[in-house]
Structures are given as structure tokens and as C-alpha cells.
Ligand binder design. Structure first.
Ligand SMILES: [Zn+2]
Length: 114
């Protein structure tokens, strides 16, 4: 993803309108690009500042800190998803190996040897 695409998606991301499959490339780009992170922070502050004005109450005292917390949380969630996928793949590979061993009859050979 390039800066142009990422900056176009910033508002959608903050509003929660971004397409699911675009979240990962978007967050990856923003995490490594200072300009796009600034752009995202501005969108975040605009959207949440407007919300507070509409509701006439101040929940967020430090918008920069709130943004950093939101962003780091999103990155952590992404890493967790990635790890879960890795574990699923490892389990699948193990199951395939077992299946192949069973189908070829080698599992009995293996059991006898161990
Ligand atoms: Zn960028």
C-alpha cells in the first residue's frame, strides 16, 4: 500500500467503514510511515473531537495519548491474528502428515519402531 491509498483510507478506518481485507495492509503501512500516521491521528482527533462536541462532554483529555492507545491496540490485535493463523497452519500440517502416514500405512511401522 502506498501513502496515497493509506491517506485515503484514514477517515474510513477511524469511522470503522474500512473493508476488512484492507485493515492489515493499511495498519502495516501506517505503522512504518510517519506521514500517514500523522494523517491518521488528525482524522482520529477530528472524528472523536466532533463526537465529544456533539455529546457535549469531554471524555478524552489527551487526544494524542488516546490515539496512540487505539493504534497500538489495533497493531497488537493484528499480531495476535497473525499468530493464530500460524498456529492453525502448523496444526494443519501436522494433521496432513498424520493423514499421509495413515494412508500409506507407515503409521503402523512408526508405532512399532517407537
Ligand atoms: Zn505513507
Amino acid at each position: 500500500m502506498n501513502c496515497f491509498e493509506a491517506q485515503n483510507l484514514s477517515m474510513q478506518y477511524v469511522n470503522g467503514d474500512i473493508e476488512e481485507e484492507k485493515i492489515k495492509p493499511f495498519l502495516k503501512h501506517v505503522a512504518s510511515c510517519k506521514d500517514c500516521k500523522e494523517e491518521l491521528e488528525i482524522c482520529y482527533i477530528i472524528v472523536n473531537g466532533m463526537k465529544e462536541l456533539e455529546q457535549d462532554k469531554t471524555k478524552i483529555n489527551n487526544f494524542h495519548e488516546a490515539f496512540e492507545n487505539m493504534f497500538n491496540g489495533a497493531i497488537k490485535k493484528l499480531d495476535k491474528k497473525h499468530n493464530e493463523r500460524k498456529i492453525k497452519i502448523i496444526i494443519m500440517v501436522i494433521l496432513i502428515i498424520i493423514l499421509v502416514l495413515v494412508l500409506t500405512g507407515d503409521i503402523y511401522e512408526f508405532a512399532r519402531l517407537s
